[in-house]
Write a protein that binds this ligand. Structure first.
Ligand code: MN
Length: 331
């Protein structure tokens, strides 16, 4: 796992959580992922949307891409496709991903980097492994999160943030047992580099086998923990949370999670989790494929605008690796 790893003894430490035991959030539900293929056929584990959990306000979709060890010639990405009405946030733990969009945004992200694309009123983009990686094969593990935009910002101008691994806020739990990488929002006063449109917190944590992580969590923010690799328990009540499961928390002032003493050999640093939440947007969600709006009429308009070329066009200087004619509408 070459996402950023470092000795927690060298990092700033979080203060102990201040919430009383009864103020800790309880687990509202544990949700299984579905396994599916995305884009041109790369494997993802998706805790939402599923038929059990449609979205987790303010988040619309969470895809764990891999971990997969591609044989030569196997690595896959997505064709050019549009988005409107939300943000796509891609965090890479292992491997390399190239990204281009019709607004001139893009770049190559690897091992701990994040690309944060605000689709807003509409954009076309492509996400694919670089040609050399396709040829050579190799390990790939990343996450794509879709962050909803409120009605007032669904038509905002598209924006791109290129966040490098060395910009993340790296902190240690008070006991040194957990490493937390803050991508956006604030944990214990440590601010991640991502600029968000509504208040959210997004972090990747590694919890040593048997260690417990307790975090104060801002009132009014939803809270969830997604188990990327390995397993543990969520809440003071220790609800089992297996690999690929999402623990959704209820109201309260703090989160408590604990890594199992025994972790799989491929998760060599401990339990790998995403910790995330935000202020719920609390608006109707109308979604179809790559568009997420408030009403079905707005979805229809999004398709018409896409067909009419109003979401931009594929830049000619950048060679698409698939013809536009092959391009289905997909996430
Ligand atoms: Mn996309």
């Amino acid at each position: 796992m070459p996402a950023i790893y470092t000795d927690t003894l060298t990092l700033p430490r979080l203060p102990r959580a201040t919430a009383d035991t009864q103020e800790f959030k309880k687990v509202k539900g544990i949700f299984d992922s579905v396994s599916t293929l995305e884009g041109e056929g790369f494997p993802v584990r998706r805790p939402f949307p599923t038929r059990w959990l449609n979205f987790a306000d303010p988040f619309l979709l969470l895809d764990q891409m891999g971990a997969v060890d591609y044989a030569p010639g196997e690595a896959k990405g997505t064709p050019w496709h549009p988005h409107r009405g939300f943000e796509t946030v891609t965090y890479i733990m292992d491997g390399v991903m190239d990204h281009r969009d019709s607004h001139g945004g893009g770049g190559t992200i690897t091992n701990g980097d994040t690309q944060w694309m605000t689709a807003g009123s509409g954009i076309l983009h492509i996400e694919a492994p670089p040609e050399w990686l396709v040829v050579k094969g190799g390990l790939f593990h990343g996450v794509q999160l879709w962050v909803n935009l409120p009605a007032t910002q669904k038509f905002a101008a598209p924006k791109y943030q290129d966040i490098r691994s060395n910009q993340l806020a790296l902190i240690s739990s008070d006991d040194g047992g957990s490493l937390i990488r803050v991508i956006a929002g604030s944990i214990g006063g440590f601010e991640g580099p991502g600029t968000t449109q509504t208040p959210i917190i997004y972090a990747h944590a590694t919890i040593s086998p048997g260690a417990r992580l307790e975090l104060d969590w801002p009132a009014g923010h939803s809270a969830m923990v997604y188990s990327l690799l390995g397993s543990g328990t969520s809440g003071k009540e220790r609800t089992r949370t297996k690999e690929g499961q999402l623990a959704l928390f209820g109201s309260g002032k703090a989160i408590s999670i604990e890594a199992d003493l025994s972790q799989p050999s491929y998760s060599s640093y401990g339990w790998e989790v995403l910790i995330l939440g935000g202020v719920p947007i609390n608006e109707p969600v109308a979604r179809y494929g790559p568009f997420v709006m408030n009403t079905q009429d707005e979805i229809k308009a999004a398709f018409e605008d896409f067909q009419a070329g109003k979401m931009g066009s594929i830049p000619v200087e950048r060679i698409p690796h698939r013809s536009e004619a092959d391009t289905p509408l997909e996430g």
